[in-house]
Design a protein around this ligand. Structure first.
Ligand SMILES: [Zn+2]
Length: 1048
């Protein structure tokens, strides 16, 4: 338990820099630049030429060790064992430099023909796989499995930084010893063979922890780069990392559920895992990552396979001196066009390879010529469609929205002029050439002429909402900088203009949404573009008016509830289809200030089908929520956005696409996926099935191509390429599972089953699938374990918890849930990327009352030192504690009723020394001169930087005082909640189902809740074993097998 008197003392001994509490100014490492959270610096943007240079900063491991030690110091459980001291880093002064050297050589060998001297240290390879031939040209060689088993000497491979067991960071949540053979985790040591055997129960301390599974890799990837061709599972999606594209796309863009793919459908079925790919094609880059190159092949367009139309990529091979190239997808031998011809060197590598990003990088953008156009591309047009009805005005939503638009366009209402000339400020704003328009609506529509020639905006009222037209030829869409004065003036006036208290006789409380949307879509039909629409009440006026469908009487799980989760409104459906056709999409900002029903099922359908997003404020409160509103409008306008988009995924012969999951339009099965708009936060899932058998001698290839127009008006194709090995057995594939990809694919698939299936059936299906996967592992891979053990594969260690969270999430949970919230979350799950989903399914929780002095500040390398995160269970909540709980959607500051007055004053300022004194509508922390305040704001800044599309604003949840406490309880996913099980009970339940499956007694329906009492006598133990099947040069087969066992 923390000593609060001591805590306060800590607050007093602040660093001198604290007078200026802006974190940036506090950095002792000023030279490290503008961002204290900067990741390690990847090699320079010239890419492959640079691969020979050390890929990571030359941090002496001594300093890394210091950090490891510091990390250990944060552990709440005391004394770090010797093993923990070694932690994730080899002993100081070890063979690190040698590793680095070897890593370089190793990489150069992989990439082939890079002009690097890789002689001498290249390991021998088994010649089993045909793609060795390709390897010499810089391809998939490491996917042989060699890297994994031989990784001991590879400086580039992350595992040996962790342990000698070639454990990827994702797999290894324990700081393990360097001894590769048998290394019980510190956990195991702490707990011995069994946990509290006296009680005969599972010790919740010992079950796999998502919190721990994130912290260790997060610390590791602060100082290390993830090279994408290594034969390892990617880092956890929820943590920041710098990826270095070596020909395989970064996991930020694309993650396969497994990087070794079973050769047949039967082998895949035996392990129960889905074969799928998550794609977030415009995912944002992190500082330190190389920009995506934009390649222009002029009128002939990018080189492609003549048969399957795959785009040129690093895995196509050149023959006949460069005259032919063989497609890696369909193996068709193409003639190289004269424009694209370059001779090959004696090893078969094109001489110009190093100068050609499309031959060296997994992700590139191709500029495409006219034949890819449907019309001449122009910079994106934005139309703000603003609800000015009474509710919107009176509840402060209109005011907040106008402020948000100004913030998005100009940086804010007040900091006006000085930013005009600031050229750097243009970054993150609307790209040059983009135009904006403003239309407001209530029962009528009001168009605004924003021409810069005018003194002020001219309003044109369109009262005819039955057959609306756009009454403006010019001045509707304008350059936001040329018309800045007119626009800011208008946005400042709008809240008054439509205030019924000021403008007598103006009472139009009902919004006519559909006619307004149709007019907006019509105005954009010629060019394509994006609508940003606000709405603060159920649109009950005019054509397409909606009704209070959800009167809270529909029984959960009933057909009536199902109907509420979808729309049968033909006009909204038709509008969505039309918008996609014309390259238009819509983001909605929906507020229900009085907590009322909005029919998001119908309204949100428009954004779901057109590739947009819904930002929903269920109990909008001004001014608390205006901060978030403003930030989210700014984000939606400034994030990377493309429009008129079409996506296609190609894969190797033997596989075929069996389905797409996400928010998009697909006209027929097998057709390309269409988006009116697409942005950096949107992801889809792609499922594959077999139409034959894969050749284990070959690799499996995947390529996604997104044809889109950039916001700056360029028609491009963004290509992502992935390669995977083909595994002869399912068991081998199981070693290379990407947990985040599996979770994402399963969540998206589950969300797409609704509303056709009932909520209960979908929850059952999630449970079934979880059992299938764990039983599959048991059957294939760990039959040597006694049958009484629950065995969990190391790479899927937290998978069960994520699935439990999915069942408990708002999207899928049992019991009553307002259908607006339910359908909103369902659609979000369908479009979220793996990072946002991971946070949604398991929040990050940090305790503030016992922070180490160094937490929340930069370490010696200029990277933010984060405290360890806590498990999402009330059992971990300490009396008198203060916690930040962030799930990427909301961020709660939960305060225990006995929290120290000193802590409160340090956090909120003098005089705020009791829970009652704190403003419950606070949305950010004040800037104070205390150590704790600075630490907390820095941690919040980190959380804001590492999340998906939603903005961060703080919501206070004081124990016993605030309604937000319920949300806090809901986010404690490990606890029993409503009808859903606790984590421990869930594992016991899964264990029983697996046993029944293995003994052939499982009934598929048997997913009824299990009571822990039926499993009295369960004892539990964690151990890991290591399997070494390889020796000498014939490596590549045996891989360290990690698993966690529970003795049942
Ligand atoms: Zn082809």
């Amino acid at each position: 338990m923390a000593d609060y008197a001591m805590y306060h003392a800590m607050g007093e001994q602040q660093p001198a820099g604290n007078q200026n509490p802006q974190y940036q100014q506090q950095q002792p490492q000023q030279q490290s630049g503008n961002s204290q959270f900067r990741p390690p610096i990847a090699p320079s943007p010239s890419g492959y030429q640079q691969t020979g240079s050390p890929y990571a900063p030359q941090n002496p491991y001594a300093s890394a060790n210091t950090e490891a030690g510091a990390q250990a110091g944060y552990q709440q459980t005391p004394p770090p064992s010797a093993m923990q001291d070694q932690g994730y880093f080899p002993p100081a002064g070890g063979h690190t430099p040698v590793q680095g050297q070897d890593g370089m050589n190793n990489l150069s060998a992989q990439m082939g023909g890079m002009g690097l001297d890789g002689s001498g240290t290249v390991r021998k390879k088994r010649n089993r796989h045909a793609h060795h031939e390709i390897a010499s040209q810089g391809s998939s060689q490491p996917f042989n499995g060699m890297q994994q088993s031989g990784g001991v000497q590879s400086g580039l491979s992350t595992p040996n930084q962790f342990t000698g067991q070639q454990v990827t960071p994702a797999m290894s949540q324990f700081p393990a010893s360097v001894n590769p053979v048998y290394s019980p985790s510190p956990q195991t040591q702490n707990t011995g063979a069994s946990v509290t055997p006296a009680q005969g129960r599972v010790d919740p301390e010992q079950i796999p922890s998502i919190a721990r599974s994130r912290d260790a890799p997060a610390a590791y990837y602060l100082e290390h780069v993830f090279p994408t061709m290594e034969n390892h599972v990617p880092p956890p999606a929820s943590i920041p990392f710098v990826a270095f594209d070596q020909g395989n796309s970064s996991p930020k863009f694309a993650r396969l559920t497994m990087t070794h793919i079973p050769s047949s459908a039967e082998a895949l079925a035996s392990i129960g895992l889905p074969l799928g790919l998550t794609l977030q094609p415009l995912a944002p880059l992190q500082e330190g990552e190389n920009e995506i190159p934009v390649l222009d092949f002029g009128d002939v367009g990018p080189p492609r396979c003549r048969r399957c139309r795959a785009y040129m990529n690093p895995f196509m091979t050149f023959h006949n001196g460069g005259n032919k190239f063989v497609c890696n997808m369909c193996t068709f031998p193409n003639e190289t066009s004269t424009e694209y011809f370059a001779p090959t060197d004696p090893t078969g590598v094109r001489v110009d390879r190093q100068q050609r990003p499309e031959l060296t990088l997994g992700t590139v953008d191709f500029i495409v010529p006219k034949e890819y156009w449907t019309r001449p591309p122009v910079p994106l047009n934005w139309l703000f469609l603003i609800d000015v009805t009474e509710e919107s005005v009176n509840k402060g939503f209109l005011d907040g929205f106008c402020e948000g638009v100004m913030s998005a366009l100009y940086g804010g209402r007040n900091d006006s002029e000085e930013e005009e000339d600031d050229s750097t400020a243009s970054k993150g704003k609307i790209p040059a050439g983009c135009k904006v328009g403003i239309v407001t609506y209530d029962k009528a529509m009001h168009f605004f002429n924003l021409s810069p020639k005018l003194d002020q905006a001219q309003m044109m009222v369109m009262p005819d909402i039955e057959d609306p037209f756009v009454p403006l030829n010019e001045g509707l869409f304008v350059d936001p900088h040329e018309s800045r004065t007119v626009i800011t003036q208008l946005l400042n006036q709008l809240p008054q203009m439509f205030n019924p208290d000021i403008m007598a006789g103006l009472k139009n409380p009902e919004p006519a949404l559909l006619p307004a949307l149709e007019a907006a879509a019509g105005a954009l039909a010629a060019t394509g573009g994006k609508i940003i629409c606000s709405l603060a009440a159920l649109p009950t006026w005019g054509r397409g008016r909606l009704f209070l469908r959800d009167d809270n009487t529909a029984v959960a799980g009933s057909d009536a509830e199902k109907r509420l989760l979808t729309t049968e409104h033909p006009a909204f459906t038709k509008l969505a289809t039309k918008m996609v056709e014309t390259g238009v999409g819509a983001d909605f900002f929906l507020a229900a200030p009085s907590g009322g029903y909005l029919d998001i099922a119908t309204i949100g359908h428009v954004s779901a089908k057109s590739g947009g997003e819904v930002f929903y404020y269920p109990n909008f409160h001004s001014p608390r929520d205006t901060l978030r509103l403003s930030k989210e409008i700014k984000h939606t306008v400034t994030r990377q956005t493309g429009y008129q988009a079409l996506m296609k995924v190609r894969c190797s012969n033997g596989l075929q696409i069996s389905g797409y999951h996400g928010n998009f339009t697909q006209h027929t099965f097998g057709a390309d996926v269409e988006f009116g708009v697409i942005d950096q936060d949107k992801a889809i899932g792609v499922m594959f099935s077999y139409d034959g058998k894969l050749d284990p001698k070959l690799d499996a290839h995947f390529q996604s191509a997104l044809l889109y127009t950039t916001a700056s008006g360029e028609r491009r194709v963004r290509c992502h390429n992935l390669v995977a090995s083909v595994a002869e057995s399912g068991g081998e594939a199981m070693k290379f599972v990407d947990q985040d990809a599996v979770v994402t694919i399963m969540a998206k698939e589950a969300a797409s089953k609704l509303p056709e299936k009932s909520m209960k059936d979908v929850r059952s299906a999630i449970t079934e699938k979880t059992v299938d996967i764990l039983a599959g592992y048991r059957r294939n891979f760990s039959s040597t374990h006694p049958s009484g053990q629950l065995v969990i594969p190391e790479n899927l260690k937290e998978f069960s918890m994520y699935m439990l969270s999915l069942i408990k999430s708002r999207a899928f949970k049992g019991g009553r849930e307002p259908t607006d919230r339910r359908v909103h979350d369902l659609r979000m799950v369908r479009s979220m990327g793996p990072m946002e989903l991971s946070l949604y399914l398991y929040p990050r929780i940090y305790s503030l009352h016992n922070l180490d002095d160094k937490d929340g500040f930069a370490n010696e390398n200029g990277h933010l030192s984060m405290p360890p995160s806590c498990r999402a269970t009330f059992a971990k909540v300490q009396e008198g504690g203060a916690y930040l709980v962030d799930n990427g959607q909301i961020c709660l500051l939960w305060l225990h009723s006995q929290v120290s007055p000193h802590l409160l004053e340090d956090l909120f300022g003098p005089g705020y020394n009791s829970l009652k004194s704190i403003d419950p509508f606070l949305n950010e922390l004040p800037t104070l001169d205390t150590h704790l305040n600075a630490q907390t704001r820095n941690i919040l800044q980190y959380l804001e930087n590492v999340r998906g599309g939603k903005a961060l604003s703080v919501q206070v949840a004081r124990q016993g005082l605030d309604g937000a406490e319920y949300e806090f309880a809901r986010l404690l996913f490990e606890d029993r909640n409503g009808e859903a099980q606790s984590y421990v009970d869930w594992l016991v339940h899964l264990h029983r189902c697996i046993q029944m499956e293995l003994s052939g007694q499982r009934k598929k329906e048997d997913t009824a809740s299990m009571k822990l009492s039926e499993w009295e006598g369960v004892v539990y133990q964690v151990f890991r074993y290591h399997e070494e099947k390889y020796s000498g040069d014939s490596i590549g087969h045996g891989v360290g097998v990690e698993c966690t066992c529970f003795f049942g």
